[in-house]
Design a protein around this ligand. Structure first.
Ligand code: IPM
Ligand code: MN
Length: 355
């Protein structure tokens, strides 16, 4: 029986990188006798241009019916001035909510071979292996908000951070499960010295940890965590945190390896899983054939692993990526003298040929 993958290219470099990942997926599927069917749908700026809204019902429906969704990136200067409720980013947020994707997994690995690309010293980043588990359908992203109000003659805007015990319980439990397959350590990140929502988060995390005796749970304030990620990233195994803190910390962690272009992510929860690189649509380099497709290609590997249960095919993509990097091929973002600079398409072909 064939598995249906909904591909949402989005905007900017989105089309180039989802084409790359689809080509690699086809190759891995063929090698591992997996029957895949692809269907393209629109979201983000592309959907605003076509339908006047960033997330048409047809895209949500297709995603619900699919076995997995592969997304490129959304947004760009063209839509910077549209009304807040139809911004391209609403497409991603709406999809996460519609599919009940409450958990976002962002693995950050810096193999010794890539540590020289890091803005930090190789000895600090080399062999870093952190999994950031970001809560994805709650917190300040989805709390009540007010775009503009006037209080005592002064214009204001506000956003509310809300977390409930069940929301924190399920994400911390998922982080504990993930830690069991790794080094068994979870750091729960909050701002419990200031925020009430963080104090509830911390209490709840402690309760969840009681059910996972083989996992070592500790707590860290988000400001300290941001510092520790730069000082001693190797000390982390699994980080679990709220939507906003996870958004910020994962961008910080992504550059440990030198380029945000390499970082995949998986969003999972109640319904269809969604897989996307953590970088944006990079409108400045769109259409030039120079984008790094690896973040999306590694997201496709996560798709095979988590949504289709095809571990061997997933691993074959990951080792092909490692091999091509070890052979010295780099897209422009990671290029250095002495290596071989390749385009998006060339990088894709090289990875395909190593599967
Ligand atoms: C991410 C992105 C999104 C987020 C934006 C595009 C809404 O930055 O996936 O990290 O903030 O979650
Ligand atoms: Mn982000």
């Amino acid at each position: 029986m064939s598995k249906k993958i909904v591909v949402i290219p989005g905007d900017g470099i989105g089309g180039e990188i989802t084409d790359a990942a689809t080509a690699v997926l086809r190759k891995a599927a063929q090698k591992h006798s997996i029957d895949l069917e692809f269907e393209t749908h629109h979201a983000g700026g592309a959907a605003i241009d076509l339908y006047g809204i960033p997330l048409p019902d047809s895209t949500i429906e297709a995603a619900r019916q699919a076995d997995a969704v592969l997304l490129g990136a959304v947004g760009g200067p063209k839509w910077d001035n549209v009304a807040p409720d139809i911004r391209p980013e609403k497409a991603i947020l709406g999809l996460r909510k519609a599919l009940g994707l409450y958990a976002n997994l962002r693995p950050v690995r810096v193999p010794a071979s890539l540590s020289e690309y890091s803005p930090l010293k190789p000895e600090i980043v080399s062999d870093t292996d952190v999994l950031i588990v970001r809560e994805l359908t709650g917190g300040i992203y989805f709390g009540e908000k007010c775009e503009a109000t006037v209080v005592d003659g002064v214009e204001q805007a506000w956003d509310i951070e809300v977390y409930s015990v069940p929301e924190v319980t399920r994400i911390v439990a998922l982080a504990c499960q993930a830690a069991k397959l790794r080094r068994g350590k979870v750091v729960s990140v909050d701002k419990a010295n200031v925020l009430a929502s963080s104090r509830l988060w911390r209490r709840t995390a402690d309760k969840v940890a009681q059910d996972h005796a083989d996992v070592e749970l500790s707590h860290m304030y988000v400001d300290n965590c941001a510092m520790q990620l730069a000082l001693a990233p190797k000390n982390f195994d699994v980080i679990v945190t709220s939507n906003l803190f996870g958004d910020i910390l994962s961008d910080e962690a992504a550059v440990l390896g030198g380029s945000i272009g390499m970082m995949p992510s998986a969003s999972m929860g109640e319904g269809t899983g969604l897989y996307e690189p953590i970088h944006g649509s990079a409108p400045d380099i769109a259409g030039k054939g120079i984008a790094n497709p690896i973040g999306t290609i590694l997201s496709a590997a996560m798709l095979l692993r988590h949504s289709l249960n095809e571990e061997a095919a997933a691993a074959s993509i990951e080792s092909a990526v490692d091999k091509v990097l070890a052979e010295g091929y780099r897209t422009a973002d990671l290029y250095r003298a002495g290596l071989t600079k390749v385009s998006t398409g060339e990088m894709t072909r090289l990875i395909e040929n190593n599967i």
